[in-house]
Design a protein around this ligand. Structure first.
Ligand code: EPZ
Length: 432
């Protein structure tokens, strides 16, 4: 396994190009299955999760061709309805294949996704949506088996204990677009990634009203066409680099970064003294307004609330802010695997239920740390950029799932980060 070696200190300066959104690209790969015609996806990020999704589509029988680093062509003329366990277990987002397989083939068999370190990751709302549309569902030996022969439009309420469900909404939409009749989805997720998916589906001929709101109305059609779609930029990647600029007291320009997708994040950062300004609809500048950051108060919520996918990275920033910061998780209450690792670097964090209480102005010093999930990995790297000395982040395969060329982009901004194969680790390196 590879390791990141980071030398803390240099303020980041320069320009970074943000890649396409992982959380838009994955459901959009799945959406190509809704038509027998070929679709082309552009601005696709170069990530291991995208590679996994491409492999799963191939296993289902689609012809999948990578045209260049960010362009994929998918011909799903002949596909089966069973997804392979070996691949699905590697990426829980493959659950968003349920909707398109049921919509197109009226059948689907997807292994139940496992949980992960950020939480249990249930799919009860996904199942509820398909049952509302007339599908029958069995869970047999860990496989979710869906029979959608009697699929028809219906009313679906998708709210759960923790608010709406993003991939649950994508499944409901992708089953409904080919279900005869009218479907009304209430308490739909309205993340920008959902809007981007709806834009793609409308290009394919779907009839969807209400995109961007919590109520979607879909009129089923008998067939969808192939399309060419450009994946929206990754707002979580953009905000991660914004925090990288703030935590190193640098100043960077983010290209392909839409401030309109990050309202809540920008508001919290500006209140803390981070300078974030939109230079255009697609470009942002980030630096510091104050010499010292004020404490952060964050509660994660479904969009347009503060994104849970930025909570860990913000916790790293809070270590440098003045005073006491409180970060509360309302989406994944146990999403705090980054906390013990940040404490190894000198962070002063206490846990109170689903809140982390961060005592600011901690002196962060480099240390060997362990990545546990995608966003926790990013948080540890951000802390390493600001820490004194060397930080070694292990298990960075977690990072490669969702950040395209992370070390290369940081190097271009002046960050001292290198990817080291495990065989080249110094003898003194203490692996856990
Ligand atoms: C999507 O996951 C994202 N992944 C996650 O990003 C993101 O953290 C999450 O949405 C929330 O924004 C992709 O889009 C591929 P949810 P998803 O269903 O759809 C509960 C990253 O780091 N829930 O919106 O799986 C659930 O337990 C990843 O890029 C149910 O109770 O998340 C959670 O508390 C991590 N029943 C809340 O809803 C269900 O049937 C939100 O989950 C489904 C979800």
């Amino acid at each position: 396994m590879e390791v990141f070696r980071i030398c803390g200190g240099p303020p980041l300066k320069g320009t970074v190009n943000i890649s396409g959104s992982k959380n838009a690209a994955l459901p959009e790969f799945a959406a190509t299955l809704l038509s027998p015609e070929t679709s082309t996806l552009k601005n696709v990020p170069d990530l291991s999760d995208v590679q996994f999704m491409a492999e799963i589509l191939s296993e289902l029988g689609a012809q999948v061709e990578r045209i260049d680093r960010t362009t994929w062509k998918i011909n799903p003329r002949n596909i089966a309805h069973r997804a392979p366990y070996e691949l699905v277990r590697k990426m829980r987002a493959s659950i968003c294949l349920l909707g398109p397989l049921v919509g197109r083939l009226r059948m689907a068999e997807i292994p139940m996704p496992g949980g992960c370190v950020i939480g249990q990751r249930p799919i009860d709302l996904h199942i509820k949506a398909l049952e509302c549309l007339g599908a029958t569902i069995e869970l047999e030996k860990g496989i979710v088996k869906v029979n959608g022969q009697n699929l028809k439009g219906s009313k679906i309420f998708l709210g759960g204990r923790h608010g709406s469900t993003v991939t649950g909404t994508t499944n409901a939409i992708m089953a409904a677009v080919l279900a005869p009749g009218i479907t009304k989805i209430e308490s739909s997720a309205c993340e920008p990634e959902i809007i981007d998916l709806c834009k793609m589906l409308i290009k394919m001929g779907a009839k969807i009203n209400g995109t961007g709101s919590h109520i979607l109305e879909i009129e089923g059609v008998s067939k969808l066409n192939g399309c060419t779609h450009e994946v929206m930029p990754d707002r979580i990647e953009a905000a991660t680099y914004a925090i990288a600029a703030a935590i190193t007291e640098g100043e960077i320009i983010l290209n392909n970064a839409r401030a309109e997708h990050l309202g809540s994040f920008i508001n919290v950062m500006q209140e803390s003294g981070v300078m974030i300004e939109a230079l255009s609809s697609n470009q942002m500048r980030v630096g510091l307004n104050e010499s010292e950051l004020n404490s952060l108060e964050i509660i994660t919520l479904p969009y347009p609330g503060f994104p849970t996918d930025l909570q860990a990275q913000s916790c790293a920033l809070a270590c440098k802010a003045k005073g006491i910061s409180i970060l509360t998780e309302r989406v994944y209450p146990s999403r705090f695997m980054h906390v013990p690792e940040l404490m190894r670097m000198g962070a002063d964090i206490a846990m109170e239920g689903s809140s982390s209480v961060v005592k600011g102005k901690s002196k962060l010093t480099g240390a060997p740390v362990m990545a546990s999930d995608l966003r926790a990995s990013a948080a540890l790297i951000l802390a390493g950029l600001a820490a004194e000395g060397e930080t070694w982040v292990q298990r960075i395969y977690h990072l490669d799932r969702g950040y395209d060329a992370f070390e290369k982009k940081l190097q271009a901004l002046g960050g001292i980060v290198e990817r080291i194969p495990e065989s080249k680790l110094p003898k003194s390196f203490s692996t856990f």
